[in-house]
Design a protein around this ligand. Structure first.
Ligand SMILES: [Zn+2]
Length: 49
């Protein structure tokens, strides 16, 4: 069995690490389908907040 990682055309949540392939590539996902974070594409910055 070959386990190929599908990395192309996919998205990765910066918050939970979830990776998924969008149904519609033209539609940019608003939230991560797993953790529902709207900041899935924004990596945490090392700053006090
Ligand atoms: Zn997520």
């Amino acid at each position: 069995m070959i386990m190929a990682k599908v990395m192309l055309e996919g998205y990765k949540c910066e918050r939970c690490g979830h990776e998924w392939l969008p149904r519609n590539k033209r539609e940019y996902p608003n939230v991560c389908p797993k953790c529902k974070s709207p900041y899935w594409d924004k990596p945490r910055k090392k700053s006090k907040n």
